[in-house]
Design a protein around this ligand. Structure first.
Ligand SMILES: *Cc1c(COP(=O)(O)O)cnc(C)c1O
Ligand code: SF4
Length: 337
């Protein structure tokens, strides 16, 4: 099946759009008709973690609304610089579970590969906002070492490409990686954790789908969408193309204050995902990363919202509310209140 790779309203290819990311807060504010009072905080906060967003994503933000739920995910704010005890640089202590560079082996049956060091968007709440990506920019020998680690660990049956965002790699690099993963006999599933289906749906091309296809592996795409307003016709097309290529498409969201901390908004998100052909998978409590404390929703409030959500949706549209902790062998389920 042939996806519509170049949407009618857009004349740029995905490569062009990637080289034309919005990275200057002044341009973002002008585009969205927001006043100059937002500029200084945005510049200050972006010193530590720069602004980055695609045109495609920004086009879904309502101009003139500083509370827009999509804007709040990308606009650097003064709050990020406020010290918050408890909020760390590596909240998940992933460094402890990194036996070889670029590979996180924390859960028994699945391993996470930090496949790319870049994202086409910088989400302000990202738990990897302080990730030492330079140390993880893998060379060819390091890739081979990571694959070798997987080959020697028969308990692993699933490889997760994560990042950064793995779809920042070229189709050629992805093709090489997937072929090598597929050559390891005990690997049954390939999982891709990516925000591209949302932030740059034109990235989902027939060439990409061909590159990530392996005849022996089942492929799962876990995309990342936090609010129904992120889903437009191009996202629908991208999901359709993935499903046409026999890929199971799931979504993970993060519970974020002022963005989706309301059971109606979360129910609408699930309904809109389903309309697009996506099933909700996880709803994560925020990881306590430095600079993101203003996004936190208290656990009791989260449990209360979750209880309400259960009444609003059929069971198959309710994501699992979870938290990630350094010492657990899986995500920790949080019960409803
Ligand atoms: C979340 C995560 C996974 C995947 O967990 P699932 O519950 O299988 O989705 C794997 N490894 C690490 C380090 C993770 O944080
Ligand atoms: S897409 Fe994911 S990894 Fe990239 S900045 Fe956003 S939350 Fe972080």
């Amino acid at each position: 099946m042939i996806p519509r790779t170049v949407p009618t309203w857009q004349t740029k290819s995905w490569q062009e759009e990637l080289s034309d990311l919005i990275q200057d807060p002044a341009i973002l504010l002008e585009r969205l008709q927001l006043g100059p009072e937002w500029l200084k905080p945005a510049l200050d906060a972006s010193i530590h973690f720069p602004l980055r967003a695609t045109e495609s994503y920004v086009s879904r933000i309502r101009p003139g609304d500083p509370q827009d739920p999509l804007l709040l995910q990308i606009l650097p704010l003064a709050e990020e610089l406020k010290p918050a005890p408890d909020y760390q640089k590596d909240p998940l202590e992933e460094a402890r579970f990194t036996p070889v560079p670029g590979l996180v082996h924390k859960y028994q049956s699945r391993v996470l590969l930090v496949a790319a060091t870049q994202c086409a968007i910088n989400c302000r709440y990202c738990f990897r906002r302080h990730f030492p990506y330079e140390e993880h920019q893998l060379s060819r020998p390091e890739w081979l070492a990571a694959l070798d680690y997987i080959r020697r660990a028969p308990e692993i049956n699933e490889v997760i490409l994560s990042g950064g965002d793995p779809l920042s790699l070229s189709d050629k690099q992805l093709g090489w990686l997937v072929e090598n993963i597929g050559n390891i006999p005990h690997i049954k599933r390939l999982r891709i954790h990516s925000r591209y289906p949302i932030i740059l749906p034109s990235r989902i091309t027939p060439e990409l789908l061909k590159a990530i296809h392996h005849p022996r592996l089942k492929t799962v795409m876990v995309m990342h969408c936090n609010h129904a307003q992120e889903i437009d016709g191009n996202v629908h097309d991208a999901v359709k193309a993935m499903r046409g290529a026999d890929i199971l498409v799931l979504n993970q969201a993060v519970l974020l204050k002022k963005i989706n901390d309301n059971s109606r908004i979360l129910a609408t998100l699930s309904e809109s995902l389903f309309d697009a052909g996506v099933l909700p998978y996880y709803l994560h409590l925020l990881d306590k990363v430095q600079g993101a404390a203003h996004f936190a929703v208290a656990e009791d409030r989260a449990r209360e919202l979750y209880g309400e959500l259960l009444t609003l949706l059929p069971g198959f549209l309710v994501p699992k509310l979870v938290r990630e902790t350094p010492d657990e062998g899986s995500k920790t389920p949080i019960p409803p209140l």
